[in-house]
Ligand binder design. Structure first.
Ligand code: ATP
Length: 219
């Protein structure tokens, strides 16, 4: 089963990397496909350009397991990056192979705002990662869907191509890209929140107001 990990990655951090690794082990994924969005439909414009976010992701994955791959289809597609379009194009390529969308609990909570969200279940399973500070007290429609579609066990996800949901416990890491951006803006260190190679790139490109008026954080 292939895992699809979409995100803005503005910037990528250890919360993404470690959670992806644990989900991959627990769900028995043959591949984790990181798909950086070009233009996120549900949030403000990212602080870094699509190219810069992609480059940071590439650097972060340099020493990652070979099953961690980057897919640039959203970067190449004009218009807003709707996940449902991405999953449709992946499904066309994958035939009936099981495919699972990996989502943090915060992202799942906002699922009803996603373009054509009920169609997601016709295309992939959903693996929901717990995230610190997020309860699993979902809005009613999502709680109902969860109940209806909850996977009876991990093997069941491998037995059909799509349509089931499961929640996966990962080591809780309260790291977020917004926290990293605001620490940089305040001239604080972000070391050990994201790989040093990503921090070096942030400094070199002076991203997220880093180094504009403040001393750059130590790498
Ligand atoms: P921001 O703080 O800017 O909203 P983010 O840290 O949530 O960004 P995204 O690129 O928006 O990062 O997230 C991509 C996916 O990774 C989402 O499904 C999100 O829920 C999940 N995710 C991000 N950080 C973590 C974390 N620390 N633990 C588990 N999942 C995470």
């Amino acid at each position: 089963m292939i895992g699809i990990f979409g995100g803005t990655f503005d910037p990528v951090h250890y919360g993404h990397l470690r959670s992806a690794l644990e989900v991959s082990e627990i769900a028995g994924l043959s591949e984790v496909r990181f798909i950086p969005c070009h233009r996120p439909p549900h949030r403000e414009t990212p602080g870094a350009t699509p190219r810069q976010r992609l480059e940071m992701l590439k650097i972060a994955l340099e020493n990652a397991p070979p099953s961690f791959r980057i897919d640039t289809r959203e970067m190449e597609r004009p218009g807003p990056s709707f996940m449902v379009d991405t999953l449709r194009s992946l499904r066309d390529e994958m035939g009936l192979r099981p495919m699972a969308l990996i989502l943090g609990a915060d992202a799942f909570r906002g699922l009803e705002r996603w373009h054509q969200w009920p169609d997601l279940f016709d295309l992939a399973h959903l693996l929901i990662m717990q995230r610190p500070g997020e309860s699993s007290d979902w809005p009613q429609a999502l709680a109902d869907i969860f109940k209806e579609r909850e996977a009876p066990g991990m093997p069941s996800l491998h037995e059909r191509p799509q349509g089931l949901i499961t929640s996966i416990s990962v080591t809780p890491l309260a790291i977020s890209a917004s926290q990293i951006r605001s620490r940089l803006k305040a001239g604080k260190s972000v070391r050990f929140l994201t790989p040093d190679s990503v921090i070096e790139r942030i400094r070199a490109w002076r991203l997220y107001s880093c180094g504009e008026n403040e001393t750059p954080p130590e790498a």
